[in-house]
Every structure is written in structure tokens, then in C-alpha cells.
Design a protein around this ligand. Sequence first.
Ligand SMILES: *[C@@H]1O[C@H](CO)[C@@H](O)[C@H](O)[C@H]1NC(C)=O
Length: 487
Amino acid sequence: MAAPAKPTRIGLAGLAVMGQNLALNIAEKGFPISVYNRTTSKVDETVERAKVEGDLPLYGFHDPESFVQSIQKPRVIIMLVKAGAPVDQTIKTLSAYLEKGDCIIDGGNEWYENTERREKAMAELGLLYLGMGVSGGEEGARNGPSLMPGGSFEAFKNIEDILVKVAAQVPDSGPCVTYIGKGGSGNFVKMIHNGIEYGDMQLIAEAYDVLRSVGKLSNEELHQVFSEWNKGELLSFLIEITADIFSIKDDKADGYLVDKVLDKTGMKGTGKWTVQQAADLSVAAPTIASSLDARFLSGLKEERVEAAKVFGSGLSDVLVPQEVDKAKLIDDVRQALYASKICSYAQGMNLIRAKSNEKGWDLKLGELARIWKGGCIIRAVFLDRIKRAYDRNPDLANLLVDPEFAKEIVERQSAWRRVVCLAINSGISTPGMSSSLAYFDSYRRERLPANLVQAQRDYFGAHTYERTDVEGSFHTEWFKIAKQLKN
Ligand SMILES: *[C@@H]1O[C@H](CO)[C@@H](O)[C@H](O)[C@H]1NC(C)=O
């Protein structure tokens, strides 16, 4: 294998597809890179690809020591291995050969606390550490991902020039990378990004369900509708691939492939972490939580098949008019999807802010919206509006009350309610859209029925309550009074 004439600029360990693609991307931007994987065939495969894809300056190593020694000092090594134990194992292997000032970057979907633990352990050895969220899938890694590096600022500065070139480039808003903040903030932000992605995908699936089940749209029509939506306010990667999916024919039988795909959604864990964090932080994130629940319920395929025998799974036609105005329904669903999406992003952003406050990370929400505009799975024109909202007011309590978003929600309210009502009356579940609407309706109400819950709590548990008219904490002998009244 050809050795580099002089030390390479950076190293990458872990050559599954994501790792290979990111390494090739870095090499293509003109940064000589060393690559390593314990399974040596992966190394050879990557070297071969580098040759085929344009004689890129990429050098493969079969042992960790010569790999580490081939990199210029202070060394920077990106790791792309499975989260958890494999990361610890790889750090152990590499750090045996690293020297003071060298840096390891974990590019996987790691739990943020693991990154904080490792950053501390590395610091004791004089080594630097970054936890960097990488979004965009395999394609993004090769051609420009969204990068969310958090941890050592010094380490970030050492490779800023590389990251800026490797990240997705968005005209007028720059490369999709920024220093996120200290500790595990890069991993945390990537985790919330994935939670938002769960919400987006669920909301799109619900729009599809309403249009297909109630509106009786064919796959050809759905392809048309989503392609059209992708020219307006909903323009985004997920809407684009959804439009594509409806156009792809089955290669094994007649009809469209999407109709043959089993209705059981897989998951890897970041959505669940997001919902667990929401509970820990006491931040309402009902749209993201209902997306996770929808995945759990989808997994109960066998139970659903049995339940359908008991209840029937057809449309409830008791309350639904037989004739649906297709054009009107399509327009309503578009508006419902957009309004629901605003609520979902509001929840995600509030989660990030709550964590940032707890940890003292000082995260810039508008800047996060900016680096999500390209490369990543949730990339969308919509993110520009979010950035503007936080530019106007960095302390914005909730995206919903930003004047631009507030106006958009108000304009779409009627359509949104029509779609949710239609779905409920038809027996089509729309947990994401419904919980977004409930979030909005709770948030905008000056007075909620929480007074009654608080009264109940004081009744049975003497948990006390506050009053609307007098300061202080009160307790009432509800039981005694009620008893007297009954006698
Ligand atoms: C190398 O490849 C194997 C199999 O693809 C993988 O399990 C392993 O984690 C990789 N990474 C390193 C650093 O060896």
C-alpha cells in the first residue's frame, strides 16, 4: 500500500459506509487523510474507492500504531464506530499511541453523557475530545453533511478549516457546521435533531394516510401532490424523498413498492432518548413523543391484525360525508402539516434551550437552525424562518409566539382543525397532528383546567395550591367541608 510522502492532515477510524464516505469527502476537499479499521478488508476497500473516485489523497493502514504515526501533530482522528462499548474500545486502541495535545472526535450518535465522561478521562491524559453529531446519512457524509461538533474548543479550532470545507454548503448561509458548545452539547443537539426528524416523518405519514384513506388518492396523485408541496413552504428533503417513493414501481409484482412495504417502523434509540430527556427536563414535547409511540404501535403488527378482526379497521363512515372535495382536502392537509411542523420544532428548540440552561452551554438556537439548512435529514427552507425568528429575538419563549409563525398558524388554524376532525371522525389516527394541535391549544389558553387538578391534589394529598387573587400557599379541608355539605 502506498505510504504518504509526508504526514497526513487527519485520520479516520471505523470504515463502515458512513466512515468511508466521510473519509473520501475529506480527501476530496484536499486534506490528505489516513484511514484505519481493525477489519483490514475495509481499509483496502476504502483505498480502492479513493483510487476509483478520483485518485484522492487517502492512505490506508492495517495496524493502529502506523496509522496514528502517519498523522501530523497535533493529531486529529475522527472515529465512526457504533456508539457505546466499541467507542471505548477504539479510544483505548488509539490512545496508546497518541501524545499530549492530540485529539479524538467521535462522529457517532453517542449518548451525550458518555462523551462528557470520555472528555474528562482524555483530559487527564492531556488529550482533547469532541463529540460531533453527523447528519445526512451515507449520501451526506460523502457530499456534505451537517456537522455538530461539541466539546474541546481548542480541538475544534485545530480542524475548523477541514470541517468548514467538508460540511454541506448552503448559498447565503454558509457551511453547515458551527462550534456547538462545551461537553456533550454536540451529541445532545444531534439527538434532538433526530427527535425532530421522528416528528417530521410521522406528520408526513399522517398526511399520506389522510389523503390515501379518506381522500382516496392514488400513488400517482400522491406523487403529484408531494412534488407540488416541495415547491412551496414545505420544501424539504423529507418531502422530496416522499414524492419519489410514490413514483417507484414494485420490481417483484404489479403496483407500487410502497404498498408492499411492511408497516412496522424500526428505530435506533435517539428518538427514545429525546422523549426521555423531555421528561427529565419537564419540557412538553407531545409531537415527538407521539411519533415515538406511533413507532411502538406499528411494531405490534400481529396484535393489530387481531384487533382489526374485533373492531374492523375500515373507515368509520358514520360521521364522514361520502363525498370528499379532493382539491380542498389536499390544500387543508398541506396547511395542517405545516402548522403541526411548527409545533414540533417549537418543542425541539425548547428542549435544547432547557438543556442549555441546565448545563450552562449557552447554545445559539438560530445558529442551530442555520446549520440544519443543508446536509441533514431535516433540511428545509422552513429552517430559515426559524433562524430569522431567533435572530429577531434570541430569548423567544416559544417559536409559536414569533410574529411570523404566529401569523402563519392563525392563517392555517381552520384547515388544521378540519383535517384533525375529519381524521377523528373517519377513525384514522393522526397522533402527531392531533398532539400538535393540542399543544397549540393548551399553550394559547390563558386559563387551563389545571385549577381542578390542583384542587384534587390538595383534597387528597394536602399538596396546597396558589390562588389567582391572593399571594401565598393555601390548604383547604375539602373533605371536611364536603362531608358537612352532604349531611
Ligand atoms: C472495523 O470494521 C468492523 C466491521 O465492519 C467494525 O465492527 C469495527 O467497529 C470497525 N472499526 C474499527 C475502528 O476497527
